[in-house]
Write a protein of this length. Structure first.
Length: 230
């Protein structure tokens, strides 16, 4: 952890130097208003993140609104749902954040961001009731598949808070790319529902909790629809 904090400090020093060198350039971020974007963690950098933290916490479709040139609000998230005959599952990610611009120089801006993230996921596994087989002298055996029965499943809830330093590079007044580096703290509560037969009482669910602090690395691409009117 300490090594990554040292690396992060070196990166920030480089960012500050680059931002100072860009001071004479046109300031493309002035007057921004509403924007849309996508935030993600490239799989190649996933070893930098803490293993115990769901990497999906860093992925989201985002909407930003710059209240003024120094302060912005952000909402983000994504929903995934998959259902087939046996395995329904769902994943919901919702986040909210505040951005504070620290340095504003030409095409490169330095900012501080704090986010709260909530993730809810469910998974169910369905089984097939025992098949009714014909006598063994029938070849091939005639099997009758009865309706499926609920077997087991799990539900997980994660709450996380992350604080990061970000560098935004403006390719134009509308298009930016962002790199963010910082810390994330996450707590996850998982409830497991043991297998149960239709004719028997369902066993009590089992609940476990885990928490941890880790490195957070984010990339994002943002497109601003128009300049804000002043």
């Amino acid at each position: 952890m300490r090594d990554w904090l040292v690396i992060g400090g070196i990166v920030l020093l480089g960012v500050l130097g680059a931002a100072g060198a860009a001071g004479a350039q046109e300031n493309l971020s002035v007057g921004r208003g509403f924007g849309l974007g996508v935030r993600y963690l490239p799989s190649a950098l996933s070893p930098l993140a803490m293993i115990d933290v769901d990497l999906g916490l860093g992925s989201a479709l985002t909407a930003q609104y710059w209240v003024n040139d120094q302060f912005a609000l952000e909402l983000g998230g994504w929903i995934s749902s998959f259902t087939d005959q046996w395995n329904p599952r769902s994943y919901t990610n919702v986040s909210a954040g505040l951005l504070l611009k620290l340095l504003d120089h030409g095409q490169d801006d330095l900012y501080l961001v704090g986010r709260g993230i909530s993730v809810q996921s469910t998974y169910s596994y369905y089984c097939i009731r025992p098949a009714e087989k014909a006598p063994s002298d029938v070849s091939p055996p005639d099997e009758k598949i009865l309706p499926p029965c609920w077997s087991n499943g799990s539900r997980a809830s994660t709450l996380a808070v992350e604080v990061l330093i970000g560098l935004e590079h403006s390719w134009s007044a509308q298009l930016t790319t962002n790199f963010e580096f910082g810390l994330i703290y996450a707590q996850t509560v998982t409830t497991y529902f043991p297998p149960s037969a239709p004719e028997e009482p369902a066993p009590k669910p089992e609940t476990s909790a885990a928490s941890g602090l880790g490195i957070s690395v984010r990339f994002s691409l943002n497109f601003y629809l128009a300049k804000a009117t002043k």
